[in-house]
Each structure stands twice: as C-alpha cells, then as structure tokens.
Design a protein around this ligand. Sequence first.
Ligand code: ZN
Length: 279
Amino acid sequence: MKKAMIVMLLSALAVAGCEKVPLTGRKQLILVPNNDMLAMSFTQYKQFLDTSRVVSTSSGDAEMVTRVGNRVRQAVEQYMNANGFSKRLEGFQWEYHLVQSGQVNAWCMPGGKIVVYSGILPYTQNEAGLATVMAHEVSHAIAEHGNERMSEGLVANGLLQAGQLATGIGTSARSPQTQALFQQAFGVVGPLAYQFGVGLPHSRRQESEADHLGLIFMSMAGYDPNEAITFWTRMAKAGGGKAPAEFMSDHPSDQRRISDLQKLLPEAQKFYSGSRRNS
Ligand SMILES: [Zn+2]
C-alpha cells in the first residue's frame, strides 16, 4: 500500500477507533475488539506457563510478586472505575507468576496476565523496586499498547477492508493474519519458544507513557515513587549505560528516562501521600 494511502486510512480510522489513554489523555487507535484480545492473551499466557518453570506460589519471592501485583491492581481498579475507564478493565482475569529464568524481564499481557522473571529480582531488590517494574508493565496493558500496535499493523498491512471500518473488524480478528500480528505485537517468537519482549519493541512514546502511568499507579498503591528513580539508576549502572532486556529494546535513554521521571515526582508524590492517609 502506498504511504499516502496509509496516512489517509489512518486518519479515517483515527475517527472510527479513537480512544484516550487514561492519565495522559493521548489519543490512540484501538481497533481489535477487547474480547478477541483477551482470548488470544489468555491462550498464549497459559501456553507460556505450561512450558515454563513457574515458581511455586508458596515461595517467599512468588508471594511478594502476588502481594505487589494485588496492590497495584487495587490502585488501578480504583482509579479506572472512578475516572470513567472501567470499560478498559472488562474481562480482566488478573494473574501474577514468578518464572525461574535468568532473563532480566517482566511483562503483562492484555487482561492482567503478568509474568516476572526471577532474573530481575536482583535489580528490583525490594518491594518498591518490584512495584516499579510491575506497575510499568501493567500500564502497558491498561494503555492497550498491544492493541494499538496491532491496530496500526492491521492498517499498515492492508488487512482492513473499507467495509470493516463501519462494522468494527469483526470476524477478521481471529484470522491467521490477526493472530500473527498479535504474536508480533507481543514479541511471541516461534511455536514453543515464547520469548516475550524480544519482538517489536514498544515505541519510545509507549515506553515513556508506561513510565508515567507506572509511577502514578505505584504511588497510588502506596509505594514511594522515589524508589522508581533509585531502581532505574541501578538498572542504568548495571547495564553500563544501557539497561537489559525489555528495559533495553527501544526505551528512552536512561538519563532521559530518569529526568522525565523526576519531573513527574511532585505529581506522583501527591498520590503517594493520599494512599498513606487512606491506609
Ligand atoms: Zn516497557
């Protein structure tokens, strides 16, 4: 498809499937029905767990992952329900698992399906560090970054017919092409070798947005937002200027990320104080 045509189609779609990201208010293109996103996500998540070394939920570290996950979840639900975004949480089936792996990584798929790799724990060091990571990943899901990437992919690949604009994308949502886009959008590689976070990197814009939302949500959950700065500084040092894994792909440079987070600290601090008053 010619570039001009894609631009035209994108602007038509921007009207048809335009949504606003919570907190930042950024407009985004969301075309894949939520039900389809969740169905694909739940299937992939289960397959991933079935073929991974999941740490027993009774271990101390796994308990910590669940505890932090629940606190972030409560903060997210409270905010979303109070601010007219409850539709984005429809069908969520939150789940948190710690997986034995050297990878310095974590992710959250649509519907609140979270995995933390044990390899990131030496970097998170404490609950607030882990909350930084988990709130960042949950924010990608809440902001529907995967759906946005797929939607842009559908358009760029010319997989949408004009008629589908009027009716939503309908039956094409579970077509092989759409499934392939899902796998691409979430970095699922190979039939069994699931490697999340190594496919298409999130765009810089999506990363900054997940940082922003993540900082606010961790604060609402009662974690000191200053710990996010400490965590990212630690990651920057460990990576020799470049942080590893999901935290490396196309993330804003560490210095830029840290200074962006510092600018958001006063806003986050208010939510943090609020959460402490309420507890
Ligand atoms: Zn990210």
